[in-house]
Design a protein around this ligand. Structure first.
Ligand code: PEP
Ligand code: MG
Length: 569
């Protein structure tokens, strides 16, 4: 069977499918018939044994990762916690609670208690209890295991959707490729796949209804082609394509350590986009000049409690120290849209990408914003901090944010807590209204970075997550280049640093045009560094300027892409 989707992270994979369906049980109050007590108690005992066996198996698989195995050993201890088990058994015996309700009620009580603890380490235990509770209920309901954080063998992950919180905890080492029914090229899951070099195809209609677990599949994420149960000839064809892709990859990767200069010797600053302080994300840091985007909201994902000031301070300090003296552009919380948090309930909105997102959310929850600013400023003495505000739509937004920043600084001073005096304050240019008034904006901020993912979403009025209208999401639309050209020119004229940190910064063709428009700072995910440097080694500024002038006069995105491929490659 052949399927087709939108390839968003290149690569080729052949392997078996792992269908990911997150398990989120909704357990309601429920009682057993009298006379069921013994049966329920026996069932609970068997359930605990089954959960323990499952976790012991995982520990064996995690032989090479003792740090991860420790987590499961801790979960086995929770499974045998006398206080929890006694309460569950009492509920079954004395109140006639049905087993699932007994587990839900007692575990949830302890989870709530732990979440209230002052000590962060105790608070984090709530996540462990939640995991154990879900495991027990999943086994009870006879639902297959589904967890992306520990995969025992290399698999192709297939899902309806992958949220950033799923990809943030995913066992990347064992993911051969990602296939989803929804999502766009700039959805955050696609961005993570790309920066980890994992082939990904999104927008595959009715994917899950056409596949079964462990089926064999061949995936070409350069063309968007997927074959379920490929025959020997298909496998041979995909293997050949994989070899060709690997050869090209080997050539590209040889540019990783090359100096980031154009063929006529102009230096382009290469920045790194990161979502965490993980080793994986830092792997190519030696080849970069700055962190152009630190998506701090990822630190908040997969947590049952908002990370407090100390936890954030430690995370920011770690990144600042690793990069010092190079600048780290720390973007303040950008929650909303496709980025939701388990630890923070957001009101349901008809249009979340146009709603209470990012800076707007920070304004409506000032205590969260202030905690992050305090942590970032305290960490600033360990490196070179540039603070960047997302989703800025007006001068009012900038001024309001600056007032809060000044008041946080005053508070730190009054508490004799130190922070660097030279922290630069900048904004993301991703809402057209702020791009159009770049002359005023540039005067108000220390720097800016163009977020092309959202700029395209808002300029072309296309939801970046909606696979069914992906063809309307045209980031090579001439309007994008005209608008970005104006912003770059204006910031350059006013002597204010301007960079790009959206996905176009890591796309060699788009990056060449941006250079022609005057951009000298490009920030990107780790996997884009080598391809962009290869492009630079073949580009002259005069050629880039010619391309930039031309694309602004072409009629459509397709015309622009075709022209650039012919002219630049
Ligand atoms: C962007 O919008 O281009 C950007 C870099 O921010 P994010 O993708 O996190 O919304
Ligand atoms: Mg954005």
């Amino acid at each position: 069977m052949n399927l087709k989707g939108n390839p968003v992270s290149p690569g080729i994979a052949i392997g078996s499918l792992y269908i990911y369906k997150p398990f989120n049980p909704d357990v309601r109050e429920c009682f057993s018939q009298p006379g069921m007590v013994e049966k329920n108690l026996k069932c609970f005992k068997g359930l605990k044994q089954a959960a323990e066996n499952e976790m012991l198996d995982i520990c064996v698989q995690l032989n090479d990762h003792p740090d991860k195995a420790l987590i499961f050993n801790a979960h086995i201890k929770i499974l045998h916690d006398p206080a929890i088990n006694e309460e569950i058994e009492e509920g079954i015996a004395e109140e006639n609670w049905r087993l699932d309700w007994a587990i839900e009620k007692v575990y949830s009580k302890y989870i709530r208690l732990l979440k209230k603890a002052r000590d962060l380490i105790i608070r984090e235990r709530a996540d462990d209890l939640t995991d154990v509770k879900k495991r027990l209920l999943r086994i009870l309901y006879k639902v297959d295991t589904c967890d992306l954080s520990v995969l025992s063998a290399p698999v192709i992950v297939a899902a309806h959707d992958l949220l950033p919180s799923d990809t943030a905890t995913m066992d990347l080492e064992h993911v051969l490729a990602i296939l989803t029914e929804v999502g766009g090229a700039t959805s955050h899951s696609a961005i993570i796949a790309r920066s980890g070099g994992i082939p990904a195809i999104v927008g595959i209609t009715e994917l899950l209804s056409q596949i079964t677990p462990e089926q064999f599949a061949a995936v070409d994420a350069t063309t968007g082609e997927i074959i379920i149960n490929p025959d020997a000839e298909d496998v041979k064809r995909f293997e050949q394509a994989k070899e060709a892709f690997s050869r090209d990859f080997a050539d590209t990767i040889s540019y990783l350590s090359a100096p980031p200069i154009t063929a006529d010797g102009v230096h382009i600053d290469i920045g790194l986009n990161i979502a965490s302080a993980s080793e994986d994300e830092f792997r190519n840091e030696a080849y970069t000049d700055f962190v152009g985007l630190f998506r701090t909201e990822f630190l908040f994902m997969g947590k049952s409690q908002l990370p407090g000031e100390e936890e954030q301070f430690e995370a920011y300090k770690k990144v600042l120290i690793s990069y010092a003296p190079r600048p780290v552009t720390l973007r303040t919380l950008d929650i909303g849209g496709d980025k939701t948090l388990a630890c923070m309930e957001l009101p349901k909105e008809e249009n979340p990408f146009l709603g209470n997102r990012a800076l707007r959310l920070c304004f409506s929850k000032p205590e969260i914003f202030r905690t992050q600013l305090r942590a970032a400023f305290r960490a600033s003495i360990y490196g070179n901090l540039w603070l960047m505000l997302p989703m800025v739509g007006s001068m009012d937004d900038i001024r309001h944010a600056k007032e809060i920043i000044e008041s946080v600084k005053a508070e730190l001073t009054s508490q004799s807590l130190s922070y660097a005096l030279n922290i630069k304050i900048g904004i993301m240019i991703e809402i057209p209204s702020i791009a159009v008034i770049a002359d005023m904006t540039a005067a108000e901020v220390d720097f800016a970075s163009i977020g092309t993912n959202d700029l395209c979403q808002y300029l072309t009025a296309v939801d970046r997550m909606n696979a069914s209208i992906a063809s309307y999401y045209q980031n090579f639309h001439p309007a994008m280049f005209r608008l970005m050209g104006y912003v770059i020119r204006t910031f350059n004229e006013q002597g204010k640093p301007i960079s790009v940190c959206g996905e176009m910064g890591g796309d060699p063709l788009a990056a060449a045009v941006l250079i022609g428009l005057g951009m000298r700072k490009l920030s990107m995910g780790s996997a884009s560094i080598a391809p962009v440097k290869r492009m630079l080694s073949r580009l002259t500024i005069s050629k880039a300027v010619e391309a930039a002038e031309r694309v602004q006069r072409l009629a459509s995105s397709d015309d622009v892409k075709k022209y650039l491929k012919d002219f630049l490659i």
